[in-house]
Design a protein around this ligand. Structure first.
Ligand SMILES: Nc1ncnc2c1ncn2[C@@H]1O[C@H](COP(=O)(O)OP(=O)(O)OP(=O)(O)O)[C@@H](O)[C@H]1O
Length: 440
């Protein structure tokens, strides 16, 4: 074990061997052979893995299918025993790993919350007291009283996540492959994960190196059961990406391509190309379901993303002039109300947004009790890559330095985006033309 008192997960020379039996009866024969003969093949899913994780660190584990990520996490969570090596954990671990683990399919959601909560170290009273919050987080309605075997995999994960999120864990272990919820639920989980990061240690497994870079400071790259690299998530993700590209296209192919490179063609006039990114942004109203909080002094009653002329087409394409319209009502007089919005991606990263301060700081507008008011933000719609986005909307009262938030909705509007051709960056911009030409 490391002598560093800040180390909360210490993994030393960890190895896990699976025994592979080609025929079911070999398993029986092995039992009777009592070690005198071997009827299985050995498969080392992890071999000699060592690293330390310190309190408060957020560590991503990346690697290809079968590289040993789940095995490592299960060993850390204690659901598997190592063949060799040691793991030392300081603190309470909550984990969202494989589906099926943890819940009893015959029991109802409610009963499973109590069972799982106790396994996570909570007392009956603690679970009782938190139950409503857990059920609200899972948001699976009356299914909470049904046996878990009747759940869809999405419902199952929602409930599992909800219990783990309320377990006061010191260490949270999450397999992103299980993030099978819808956009609203994913945003809820990401908000939880981000707030957890401020106080706890997070281990996050993903195939997606962009997600690891966005969430984690450090990354471990597992390859064929061994640590191939560990360091800043940016450096490790870049090496991993380079490696996977090389695996796909191959060093040889690259060399051949260069040798076979044809002569450059004769000078041509510059070619011009406007790009059709084939973006489809479908705004999905979510005001009635939105999560957030309010003081009661004012309320957001409408959030809409529409074309500049105020019409609402079934979808936007990016690049067009749009406006975000936020409607509100004052339940008490507000001296200097401020309305704002922020668009977040599935990982909870802030992409863009604005508030009315540039206007209200110069011309504060008092709003009386019962009056309605609104803000309209006009802009060119960026081109968003595939995925679901949440629009946060808020009302505050005051100025830049001192203001009170009165209503805050994390997901007042959802933007479902499918885009075939946005390949780079968090937000694309509409390129007007791309020129290419031979210059000499
Ligand atoms: N119970 C088992 N018996 C035999 N082999 C197993 C068992 N569990 C896992 N393995 C093997 O161990 C290797 C590592 O599996 P593991 O699930 O840890 O990989 P992974 O990196 O999590 O993969 P993925 O990204 O696909 O989830 C794989 O080759 C897998 O086939």
């Amino acid at each position: 074990m490391s002598s560093d008192s800040d180390v909360v997960i210490s993994v030393r020379n960890l190895s896990k061997r699976y025994e592979i039996y080609d025929r079911p009866r070999d398993r029986l024969l092995q039992m009777f052979a009592r070690g005198r003969r071997q009827f299985f093949r050995e498969f080392w899913a992890l071999r000699d893995v060592s690293f330390d994780i310190r309190r408060g660190e957020t560590v991503g584990i990346i690697g290809r299918n079968g590289s040993g990520k789940s095995t490592l996490l299960q060993l850390i969570c204690g659901t598997l025993n190592p063949t060799a090596g040691e793991i030392e954990i300081k603190g309470r671990v909550a984990a969202l790993l494989e589906l099926g683990a943890g819940f009893n399919p015959e029991f109802t959601g409610r009963e499973n919350v109590f069972m799982a909560g106790k396994l996570l170290g909570l007392t009956e009273e603690m679970i009782e007291e938190r139950f409503d919050r857990i059920a609200a987080f899972a948001d699976i309605g009356d299914f909470i009283e049904q046996p878990v075997k009747t759940y869809s995999s999405g419902m199952y994960v929602r409930l599992a996540f909800a219990v783990n999120a309320h377990a006061d864990a010191d260490i949270l272990v999450i397999d992103e492959a299980l993030a099978v919820g819808d956009a609203v639920f994913t945003q809820r989980c990401m908000r939880f994960i981000r707030s957890f990061q401020e106080r706890g240690t997070l281990l996050f497994v993903s195939h997606d190196s962009a997600a690891v870079q966005a969430l984690c400071k450090t990354a471990v790259w597992l390859s064929a059961g061994q640590v191939r690299a560990m360091g800043s998530s940016r450096d490790v993700s870049e090496s991993y990406l380079q490696y996977t590209l090389q695996e796909t296209y191959g060093e040889e192919a690259k060399l051949q391509d260069i040798r076979k490179q044809p002569q450059l063609p004769d000078p041509q006039p510059a070619q011009q190309a406007a790009v059709d990114y084939e973006v489809r942004v479908e705004p999905q109203p979510n005001l009635d379901e939105a999560q957030g909080w309010k003081t009661g002094a004012a309320e957001i009653i409408g959030v809409n993303l529409e074309l500049a002329d105020g019409s609402s087409p079934p979808f936007l394409t990016g690049g067009e002039r749009v406006r975000m319209r936020i409607e509100a009502v004052a339940h008490q007089p507000l001296e200097r109300p401020i309305l704002g919005f922020l668009v977040r991606d599935r990982l909870g990263q802030d992409l863009f947004g604005e508030n009315t301060l540039p206007f209200t700081a110069v011309s504060p507008t008092r709003v009386e009790q019962g009056q309605r008011f609104r803000a309209i933000f006009s802009f060119s719609m960026p081109m968003l890559p595939n995925g679901s986005y949440a629009v946060m909307a808020s009302i505050a009262d005051g100025d830049l330095y001192t203001h009170v938030q009165h209503h805050w909705l994390h997901d007042a509007l959802i933007l479902n985006v499918s885009s075939a051709k946005i390949r780079f960056g968090l937000v694309g911009i509409p390129f007007e033309k791309i020129e290419f030409g031979v210059t000499e």
